[in-house]
Design a protein around this ligand. Structure first.
Ligand code: IYR
Length: 224
């Protein structure tokens, strides 16, 4: 018997191995159609979609189940404008030399630059914060663990949920991005990890061919 307080393992409806294979392959077919979008229209997205995707993200495994994340959803045109302007300021410095030659060369096939119109055009920006402290229950100040890993997994769930709803997404990481604490009204001990830009692609949106190259199974896995 386990030492912890527990409930029985969830009785999933059973699947045959053939059904498992079909389900895993169907998920692969679904998720592989997600592409980062850098050209967003201004058409709004339903709040319920974003809330469901955040709830899905909130089910991610996390260090000691402390769920060390906060999702600040920015739809206010004024705040999006502030985020764009602060991010573009960082990016100007980045592209003007701070990034270094090797990084700039690695980004060349993506065609990115310091212009971030999508931060204002897209109807929603989800700013993800990692919490170094906080524990599980409101008001706790306990240490959190594996914050980066936990937030990374939750972000993956969030992207998958938004994609399932056929919204376009972009992971955006201006560096440094401490300006996001003030704009999103979050405490200093939270660290902004990423902005997820959410919305609808413009009809003329394009994808860099570089982004279409995915490593084959034998390069990304080994069986021992
Ligand atoms: N944050 C910059 C640079 C950038 C960095 C990486 I690594 C990318 O994969 C893409 C962009 C920008 O958004 O332009």
């Amino acid at each position: 018997m386990p030492l912890h307080e527990s409930i029985p393992w969830i009785a999933y409806p059973g699947k045959s191995d053939d059904e498992r294979i079909a389900a895993a392959q169907a998920f692969y077919e679904e998720i592989k159609t997600r592409r980062s979008c850098r050209y967003f229209g201004t058409e709004p997205v339903p709040r319920d979609v974003i809330e469901a995707a955040i709830l899905a993200a909130g089910t991610a495994p996390s260090g000691a189940n402390h769920q060390p994340w906060h999702f600040a959803v920015v739809t206010s045109p004024d705040l999006k404008k502030k985020i764009r302007s602060a991010a573009e300021e960082e990016e100007r410095v980045f592209y003007a030399g701070k990034a270094g030659k090797e990084w700039i060369e690695a980004l060349a096939p993506l065609g990115t630059d310091e212009n971030k119109a999508y931060l204002e055009d897209a109807p929603a920006l989800i700013v993800i914060f990692g919490q170094r402290k906080g524990g599980l229950y409101p008001g706790e100040t306990r240490q959190n663990y594996y914050v980066h890993e936990s937030v990374g997994i939750a972000t993956g769930f969030l992207l998958a949920g938004l994609h399932a709803a056929r919204l376009a997404t972009l992971t955006h990481t201006p560096n440094p991005m401490s300006f996001l604490n003030a704009i999103c009204d979050r405490p200093k001990n939270e660290k902004p990890v990423m902005i997820i830009v959410v919305g609808h692609p413009l009809p003329e949106a394009t994808i860099p061919t570089h982004a279409m190259i995915k490593k084959p199974l034998d390069q990304i896995s080994s069986w021992l």
